[in-house]
Design a protein around this ligand. Structure first.
Ligand code: ZN
Length: 437
């Protein structure tokens, strides 16, 4: 059951003022089925909006500094990092969180109260495996003398180096494998902190309205915390690990890798998570293996038995992977293609509409390859969210990947992606229906 997705057993709630807004805020936790993910629900007038705390929904860290905020054009939820850190480390994959207020409760400035409420609600394994992204190659990012790195590892480990020269904090280093037990004991209790000199600028920015000496360690650079005591000698570096995990949670799935932050903050952390996402997209498609996959290849003569397209409009040369929900095709683009004559005479670039057509043909193979659909037609009703990212030139090998997202009656929704040398060149979603000729 260790690798199964988890949710909570019972409803639970937690409330307090927010650290930055100083306003009262409440969270209501509800169990959720497998593959729901973590989702916030927030009232917007009479409607309830749902938003997931994933990197795609991150709000600009420059506009909303010193915290992690998610939102869209209609709603915003601020300071999610301590809550997400706790959910991610306690391995809660699926949960619905109703929020009243615009910021997560600040509690005692640490993630511990969130761990306590999760434990009180009970942790329940679900009947579905969780997804783990296994880091295979190192990746790093540097910005203004701060750095973040991920190295291959068979478990999630997080390390951090903090450096406040000529203060009582000095340099601190800590490193932990992130299991629920270790997180609860060593990291969750660590509270947020700031230097005494930072208070005035923060207040001027309208931040820290809910902070006091109890829920925030305010550090006098010579004497240490004002009106408070450290829970651990190295509490600040442990809190930085807690915050970094909160940002890692925006990745949206578990990671097996060793992540090392060197003086890194939310801004570089979240840029790094975006970079890891790209790496994940590239790896999960595992292109190399598919290109050289010999068994089960459909050659052009086989493809012609499934879809009706012919020269000069057959835009897929072979199918290298095919099952009920996914098809991967290859189109090798040559300088002798008819369309290069006019597009453009001095600069040959494959027209975007033909890349879309090529993806649609692979989608056609996906929908029609089963025996009962032979001789029928897949008719594409709409194409949405088409994006072209790079030019396709003579000599490129297009890898066309199409996945079935959903079927409803005779209508299917498909997602297409076209790659060249492992980078996306075009993508889009298609609505399609099968018709008898
Ligand atoms: Zn924090």
């Amino acid at each position: 059951m260790e690798n199964n997705q988890k949710t909570i057993e019972r409803n639970a709630k937690i409330e307090s003022i927010g650290l930055h807004t100083g306003e009262k805020s409440k969270l209501f936790f509800h169990p959720a089925p497998a593959d729901t993910g973590i989702a916030f629900m927030k009232k917007n007038g009479s409607r309830t909006e749902t938003i997931k705390p994933v990197i795609e929904n991150l709000l600009d860290t420059k506009k909303f500094p010193r915290r992690t905020s998610i939102g869209n054009e209609r709603i915003q939820i601020h300071t999610v990092e301590h809550l997400l850190s706790a959910l991610y480390s306690m391995q809660i994959d699926n949960i619905l969180i109703e929020i009243e207020g615009s910021e997560c409760p600040g509690q005692d400035g640490s993630a511990r109260p969130f761990v306590d409420v999760i434990k009180k609600a009970g942790i329940k394994p679900l009947n579905k495996k969780k997804k783990i992204f296994v880091v295979k190659d190192p990746l790093y990012l540097s910005e203004n003398n701060t750095h973040i790195i991920v190295l291959p590892s068979n478990e999630l480990r997080v390390s951090y180096i903090l450096d406040y020269p000529s203060t009582t904090l000095g340099a601190q280093y800590a490193s932990y494998p992130i299991t629920p037990e270790i997180y609860e004991k060593e990291i969750a209790p660590a509270r947020t902190f700031c230097m005494k000199e930072e208070i005035e600028p923060l207040k001027k920015m309208g931040l820290g309205k809910g902070s006091d000496y109890k829920n925030t360690l305010v550090i006098d650079k010579n004497k240490g915390p004002i009106d408070n005591r450290f829970r651990f000698e190295d509490e600040p570096v442990r809190h930085k690990i807690s915050d970094l995990i909160g940002d890692i949670a925006l990745f949206g799935s578990h990671i097996a890798g060793h992540i090392i932050g060197i003086k890194s903050g939310h801004s570089i952390n979240t840029k790094f998570i975006k970079k890891m996402k790209l790496l994940q997209e590239k790896e999960t498609t595992d292109l190399k293996e598919m290109v050289f996959h010999e068994n089960g290849i459909l050659y052009s003569e086989d493809i012609c038995k499934i879809i009706p397209h012919r020269y000069p409009f057959l835009l897929v040369d072979r199918i290298v992977e095919l099952d009920d929900i996914k098809a991967i095709g290859i189109k090798t683009v040559s300088i002798n293609e008819w369309f290069f004559q006019g597009h453009f005479p001095s600069k040959p670039i494959m027209p975007g509409v033909l890349i879309v057509e090529a993806m649609a043909q692979v989608g056609g193979v996906l929908m029609l390859h089963r025996e009962e659909n032979r001789g029928k037609l897949a008719y594409f009703m709409s194409i949405e969210n088409v994006k072209f990212r790079k030019a396709v030139r003579p000599g490129c090998q297009l890898i066309l990947q199409v996945e079935l997202l959903k079927t409803k009656g005779k209508i299917a929704r498909l997602e297409g992606k076209a790659f060249v040398d492992g980078s996306i060149v075009a993508e889009g979603t298609f609505m399609s229906t099968i018709i008898d000729e």
